[in-house]
Write a protein that binds this ligand. Sequence first.
Ligand code: HEC
Ligand code: HEC
Length: 306
Amino acid sequence: MKPGFAKMIKVGLLLCLPVYAVISCRSTYPTTNHSFAVDAGKADIAHGERLVMSSCGGCHYVASTGRLMGRKMDDMPKIAGKVYSANLTASKKYSPVPRYSDAELAYLLRTGIKRDGHFVPYMLRPNMSDKDIRDILAYLRAGKGHAAPTDTVAGHTKLNFLGKWSLHVIGKPQPYRQSIPHPQTEVELGRYLVDNIGCFHCHSKKAISLNYLYPEKTKGYLAGGAKFKKPGGGKIRGANITLDYETGIGAYSKADFRRAVQHAKAPGNRSLRPPMEAFQLTDAEADAIFAYLNTIPRVHHKVKRS
Ligand code: HEC
Ligand code: HEC
């Protein structure tokens, strides 16, 4: 390609970007007309709490207060502007949760579309089962413990053009699937947890360009490399968690794996650093993930440790 031509394309793209930004910022999406019938009597609130802490806590929980009160998102990639996660406690004044119907919340989690029709790409869980959504709702609505009413707001999200445009780079609205059954076998459960806890978000090639609907089709699935900001500066990368012996976790025993995911400790007592967390997973759940990892290809991919 002639250099002049390449330059023209670049300039063209730069000119198009704001136009595209305006178009994409304006767009709202249809809201839900699906019903989501939750049998609250059947809900497992304790399970809901573990799920919320593992799948939502990373962004909505503030450890210093012990509450799901929302915080400033410093680590959102490529966002231009300020982003604050919402208060998820039972606060009538400051939390959007009491204003959401069950169907609207199920729709938000599965598609990314808020009740006002705007799209947010942060918590796309298109494959989350009805049971899990029911348990999450039951826990949040009970308003106890970490979800006890907390009347504060961390801040209000303000995105500029580039920020709004970049939302659509991080993710796209996902199709709404109705009536999703909970996985039955150990390996299916492991695969489901890697998807819904979001392990693959951090442990694949990039934290953007994820395939939410079919996680296994994500580039560099679980072979590591995605970069994150470290608190205090510098970068840290998600590890290769395929069972490759040399570059992944092939040398882990089942017990090593439990310790890594439940206590954020690698073999040799090496502390795993944020954003890796000590997840609230039961032994059976940790084992299910390990069993699943045993079924996927061992990828030889060396990830630089920072
Ligand atoms: C990767 C970070 C992240 C994770 C994980 C996450 N959220 Fe959020 N959530 C956000 C951000 C950021 C916002 C605020 C978006 C905005 O202001 O545009 C938000 C907003 C919300 C809202 C308010 C929507 C509205 O209408 O204002 C609800 C409800 C919510 N999240 C529920 C959840 C639940 C339930 C989970 C767990 C299943 C979860 N989130 C997981 C980042 C996250
Ligand atoms: C928010 C991002 C994030 C999520 C979600 C996440 N991890 Fe991690 N994980 C990391 C990072 C970053 C590291 C590297 C930590 C370090 O080098 O100290 C890591 C390290 C690990 C390790 C240690 C590998 C080694 O170096 O020996 C294992 C095992 C692991 N994660 C498994 C999981 C599993 C399983 C899940 C889902 C239940 C998960 N992670 C979810 C970011 C994440």
